[in-house]
Design a protein around this ligand. Sequence first.
Ligand code: HEM
Length: 430
Amino acid sequence: MDDTGPSEPGRLSRRQFAKAAVAIGGASALSACLGRNGEPDVSAGPDDLSTLPARQHAWNEFLATDDHGNDVAPRHRVLLLLNYATDGTPSDDDRKTVETAFRSLERAYARGNDGLLFTVGYSPSYFERFDADLPESVDLQQPRALASFEDPELDQQDAVVHLASDHASVVLAAEEALLGEKSELNGVEMEADLSGVFERADRRTGFVGEGLPADNQDAEGIPDSDPVSEDAPLFMGFKSGFQKNQATEDRVTIRDGPFAGGTTHQLSKIRLNLQQWYEQDSRSQRVGKMFCPVHAEEDLVEGAGDNLGDSAQMEERGCPAHTEDHARTKGVVGHSQKSARARDDDGSPLMIRRDFNSTDGGRAGLHFVSLQRTVSDFVDTREAMNGEDVAERSAVGQKNNNGILQYMEVLRRGNFLLPPREKRSLPTPN
Ligand code: HEM
């Protein structure tokens, strides 16, 4: 579905419609989507699948880039949380079925914003069904609470499939086909599907990119005044995912052992409450809390922040190093400022963020998807973001004026291993 078209008076805009269809899901949402806009003209994938990268998470080379060279996130998403339907260790037959299903998806749609991108990951609970342990080269841990002020439910489903495309109908059709409810995708036959091997345990959906948050702000957690601007790619009003504030795909890739070429995938379900954000905080306070007080004082951010180019201007303005000092002297620290303290010695960020907003259950939220070589890299980054150290030594509260902590609540956490592509189907630990 082309979701960038004009809205039709008195009806849902095409963007609202696309998002609503993804959130509802199922065959009727898909046919409504296609009935309204027709099948999008999407190229099929390669005949020779060996031309695809070995890394499942190699998305960037297939993504569009904006004027500053930042990768542009695919606009529509579905996360499928799956349980292996059988007790015990997976059979070779099931493994073959799963791989055949994923290969059919790859043949059906070219990899990219205009086609389909997807990954499949496995949880620590999945690996517990084997006698052997995961090798030391893989740091995958059971999820747990990562701050004194959170109490998340833990995602222990066996697997997660992340589907992404600029076309709502493509993510919907891919989901239907994987679940065995559609035998042909973009003119390509599905030679197998996941039904019978996996059971769907949960379904989470969302969107990211200019216009979509504005069109879908009629959700609990966002004031009725429709405060989200048209140029905002996310509900909080600012652009994220600047090139220089993301790790490279190399940085997040596991280097050794049987899962070399893979990565880890952390998933949080976050509820947003933007009442105060939009009704009491000024624009300048929002800039200070999201980026850094320097950005607010010097008025560095225009609109959603496209003017910042390919960097959130953290190191460039000395923000991370001044976190404590700003907490004491200004009484506020920025989310990005604190989080950017978790970097490699050479200054490179530790993770790639592939998150998106959601209105699942009628509530504004964010499905935070991040990739990092080890789950510990995520834990370290989250610790930096918690800023408990600055709260102890200044008037900054545990949550108040402490970045954006006050506006978000982590409801669920899960950790998954994304194996390299050749081991993505019901892998064994070694
Ligand atoms: C409520 C949802 C969130 C929103 C709207 C949000 C938004 C942003 C924005 C706008 C930036 C600055 C731009 C950029 O660097 O790309 C940023 C930076 C960052 N955020 Fe978030 N964020 C959210 C949650 C999280 C969470 C849960 C984490 C997990 C630890 C996180 C980690 C980071 C990191 C690591 C950076 C970059 C720091 C660096 O430059 O090294 N964010 N975020």
